[in-house]
Design a protein around this ligand. Structure first.
Ligand SMILES: [Zn+2]
Ligand SMILES: [Zn+2]
Length: 439
């Protein structure tokens, strides 16, 4: 950002912009006392205002002072970029927050590629900025005038959504946040009638295994074709991204897909959600190991692969074992009936059908113990805390006689057990649910 400053008109201007750039608040203020007009001057070539320079360099004190003097937060540079865009590009989160507080417009498009601040956050992989902008979108007038879902899927001049850019630039954290916020996983960069690339094509091109994994777990279609008629697998093969290609190969086992269309999944509290998400990622990693086993690609095991669930087991040795798989600890509770199971079995219950994009509301699964509809899932609390919940649980346990063990329940139990070890395909679990349905 510094090179343009030499284009200032006078040495006084140059001093002023330099002070803004280095965050020298005192020098900026004294320069403004001498010449208040400096507030509205811009650099000659890029037409950067003091606010742009402060934002791009993360000088939040100077930025606050300028905003306090009624400088518009939406002033534009030569490329029609706002200070918010520059702060986002450079990952200056404090300035991003300050500008959002000052009600900077998040719906401005630059003249370079027709991108918004959300595109820039995704492109440069600044997930904290991305999150801040999305929160602002939820609470400001954008949500009313545009709709939040539309904002998340906003297109740049080339038809790319923020999710496309995050996938292309190998930004798995941003991919995750965007998908979690309602980004369309199968959006195509093409117009309505002509096909373009999906985020999965772009992740395949970049060879980012984490992005491919995230997109598949959110239901990305391995068979969707781009403008040249290629599926993502062909793109990965062409670019020699072998591990990605193995997962994208339409003949390899499909990963479990996060059951986002289910109402109670979208209403999960944070702890329950992270338990289920961890179980999903773990289950999919097991599948990946099988897929990659025969190939030359071994998966580096991520540092966080064994966190959460295993820790819970050692901490709460008194906890009850899941009655479905007899393998994991119960961590999830069905709220109304109080029945408990492990995160893996909960997922097995919810993931047996890949969400179909044309039918937004799949049938809600029922509690495998009492067949009541699941309206809400919560984290199962340890038994000694919260008397009310545990007595309720004991009551419901008594009413359900496990020792009698109907054959249909055994069917579910064995199918779910194999789910835990990833032995069988998703179709098998659906079968076992059918068995439970029969008396
Ligand atoms: Zn279980
Ligand atoms: Zn129940």
């Amino acid at each position: 950002m510094g090179q343009e400053l030499s284009c200032a008109r006078s040495s006084q201007e140059h001093e002023f912009f330099s002070a803004v750039q280095t965050g020298d608040l005192e020098a900026v203020e004294s320069a403004l006392r001498r010449d208040p007009d400096l507030l509205h001057q811009t650099t000659i070539y890029d037409r950067l205002s003091a606010l742009h320079i402060a934002a791009a360099n993360g000088r939040v004190e100077v930025l606050s002072m300028l905003l306090g003097r009624y400088v518009s937060p939406n002033v534009l540079n030569r490329n029609k970029q706002t200070p918010l865009m520059l702060a986002t590009i450079h990952g200056k989160i404090a300035c991003v927050r300050k500008l959002l507080q000052a009600e900077a417009n998040i719906l401005m498009f630059d003249s370079l590629h027709g991108r918004t601040c959300l595109h820039y956050a995704a492109y440069y992989g600044h997930s904290n900025c991305l999150q801040a902008i999305l929160s602002a979108a939820q609470s400001t007038s954008v949500a009313d005038s545009w709709g939040f879902a539309r904002f998340v899927n906003i297109r740049d001049g080339h038809g790319a959504t923020p999710l496309h850019l995050a996938a292309r630039q190998k930004r798995p954290n941003c991919v995750h946040i965007l998908l979690d916020s309602g980004a369309l996983v199968c959006a195509s960069t093409g117009g309505y009638s002509c096909p373009g690339s999906t985020p999965l094509h772009l992740a395949a091109r970049g060879g980012c295994l984490d992005c491919v994994r995230e997109l598949l777990a959110w239901g990305a279609d391995r068979l969707q074709r781009d403008a040249s008629g290629r599926i993502p697998y062909a793109v990965a093969v062409k670019r020699n991204h072998g591990a990605c290609a193995a997962l994208l190969d339409p003949t390899s086992a499909e990963p479990l897909v996060w059951p986002s269309p289910l109402k109670f999944i979208s209403e999960l509290d944070r702890d329950a959600k992270s338990l289920l998400e961890a179980a999903l990622m773990e289950a999919n990693r097991e599948r990946e190991k099988k897929i990659l086993k025969g190939t030359a690609y071994s998966l580096p095991s991520p540092a966080h692969s064994d966190d959460g669930i295993d820790d819970d087991i050692s901490e709460t040795s008194e906890s009850e074992l899941c009655c479905i798989c007899f393998d994991q600890i119960c961590t999830i509770e069905v709220q109304d009936c109080g029945h408990r199971m492990c995160a893996h079995c909960t997922l097995a219950l919810c993931c047996h059908n890949k969400p179909n994009p044309t039918t937004l509301c799949p049938p809600a699964p029922a509690c495998p113990f009492c067949r009541s509809n699941i309206a809400r899932l919560v984290v199962a609390k340890a038994k000694d805390e919260g008397d009310k919940g545990s007595s309720k649980l004991r009551r419901s346990r008594r009413s359900w006689n496990f020792s009698e063990g109907s054959s249909s329940f055994k069917g579910l139990s064995s199918a779910m057990g194999s789910f835990g070890k990833m032995g069988r395909g998703s179709g098998r679990i659906a079968d076992s649910n059918d068995m439970v349905d029969k008396p």
